[in-house]
Design a protein around this ligand. Structure first.
Ligand SMILES: *Cc1c(COP(=O)(O)O)cnc(C)c1O
Length: 421
């Protein structure tokens, strides 16, 4: 389905019914699959033929979701996971071993930041942090012999800084390592990181892909372009003892990453997406293009309104005064999340959040319902003061996730709440 636009792929990619089959993707709520002979099953276990063995490794409904996001991102394969966090963990496990390092941008989602600086550390993996605006020399100076990948977010959560994926990819490739981009906030409707040189794309599908805040999930899309046999990733090339000495680059070519991620780490850890969540996420994705357009238009209008309001100190929304990077990365809209600071510090920010009626206080973003969050006392409260500063979080800062409700109603709600601070 490569020739169709993302708007069409979001609706139709991943599932084509054969004669008499259901038009809508079926929900295969089964852990196991039947085969006619022991030899066939043996070949499946040896990865000689493709097919589903057990839902901890793959499932037909999850496979439809994987194929849809693969088509939307323009990759060669995708591996779905139980959550966005497990998608990032899957990338770490597939690319790193003890004593390796990760170079991460400082404005990453707080949960990712915790995963990298605390949990990965326990596995012997160290993280180096660089700010999204750093110069090339600064980034390169932090790349060591043991650095295995660079991790960035297209649009940072919650600071909404947009990164130049092309520039980062050039640095990564110059140093023979892949660039991994978390594209959760942009979605493939607004940005396709692989087209800008990224090698792997991560999503928390719990956000816009699902879009309705009903299904937790994640996915890693394999761009198929990174040369895993370049000497830095011997485990991709050398015989794998848990598969009778199979070499992933030899057996799976440009899908070596996805194959290795699924058949070693999804198999061993079991953090799969469940079929029901894949089914719900696929349903949500059918309206992804429509929703992203609406989220982007309303968020821009709200950013303009806030910028002109006397109680507001600053507004950050990539689409508000787009620089060259934003124009290049997000040509058709800047998504639904914006950050702003109010006059009166933390107390005023909290009062505003409490006074809003349509924007509810929830620890979520990126669904059809508008919501508000005070990062300093919620998602980022585990960070030290210095980490908080590094992540670009201020005490008077609020994050809005603009939903698809009527724009005039949302503006009315903001106006009344701003009057109360
Ligand atoms: C929410 C989020 C995650 C984590 O995803 P979960 O599905 O909640 O595990 C990762 N990255 C970004 C950018 C997110 O917004």
């Amino acid at each position: 389905m490569k020739e169709w636009s993302v708007e069409t792929l979001a609706v139709q990619a991943g599932y084509e019914p054969k004669e008499g089959e259901s038009r809508v993707m079926p929900l295969v709520q089964s852990t196991t699959y039947a085969y006619p002979s022991a030899d066939t099953l043996g070949d499946l276990f040896d990865l000689k033929i493709p097919g589903h063995i057990y839902t901890r490794i793959s499932n037909p409904t999850v496979a439809v979701f994987e194929e849809k996001i693969r088509a939307l991102e323009g990759g060669v394969a995708a591996v779905a996971t139980a959550s966005g966090q497990s998608a990032t963990t899957l990338v770490i496990m597939t690319l790193c071993e003890a004593q390796d390092r990760i170079l991460a941008l400082s404005n990453l989602y707080g949960g990712t930041r915790n995963l990298l600086t605390h949990t990965a550390k326990k596995m012997g993996i160290e993280v180096d942090i660089v700010s999204p605006g750093a110069k090339r020399e600064t980034v390169e100076a932090l790349i060591t012999e043991r650095t295995r990948f660079i991790l960035a977010e297209t649009i940072g959560n919650p600071g909404v800084e947009v990164v130049d994926i092309e520039a980062l990819a050039a640095i990564a490739h110059h140093n023979h390592i892949p660039l991994v981009v978390d594209n959760t906030f942009a979605t493939p409707i607004l940005c396709r990181p692989l087209e800008h040189g990224a090698d792997l794309v991560i999503h928390s599908s719990s956000k816009y892909l699902d879009g309705h805040a009903v299904a937790l999930g994640g996915v890693v899309v394999d761009g198929g372009s990174f040369p895993w046999d370049n000497g830095k990733f011997p485990a991709f090339v050398e015989p794998e003892p848990s598969y009778h000495g199979l070499s992933f680059t030899e057996s799976f070519g440009n899908q070596a990453f996805a194959a290795r991620a699924r058949t070693l780490f999804i198999r061993d850890v079991g953090f799969v997406m469940n079929p029901m969540n894949a089914w719900l996420t696929n349903l949500g994705m059918e309206t992804l293009a429509l929703r992203m357009k609406r989220h982007s238009e309303s968020a821009l209008a709200i950013a303009k309104f806030l910028e002109s309001h006397p109680a507001v100190e600053w507004v950050r929304y990539p689409g508000l005064h787009p620089d060259e990077t934003v124009k290049k990365m997000l040509p058709s809209g800047a998504s639904g999340v914006l950050a702003f600071g109010v006059r009166g510090g933390e107390a005023a920010a909290k009062k505003l959040a409490d006074s809003l009626e349509l924007f509810t206080l929830v620890t979520h973003v990126a669904d059809v319902r508008s919501c508000v969050l005070h990062p300093a006392t919620t998602t980022h409260r585990q960070l030290s003061e210095e980490e908080m500063k590094e992540s670009g979080i201020q005490p008077n800062q609020l994050r809005l996730s603009v939903g698809i409700e009527d724009l005039q109603d949302l503006l009315k709600d903001l106006r009344q709440a701003l009057q109360q601070i």
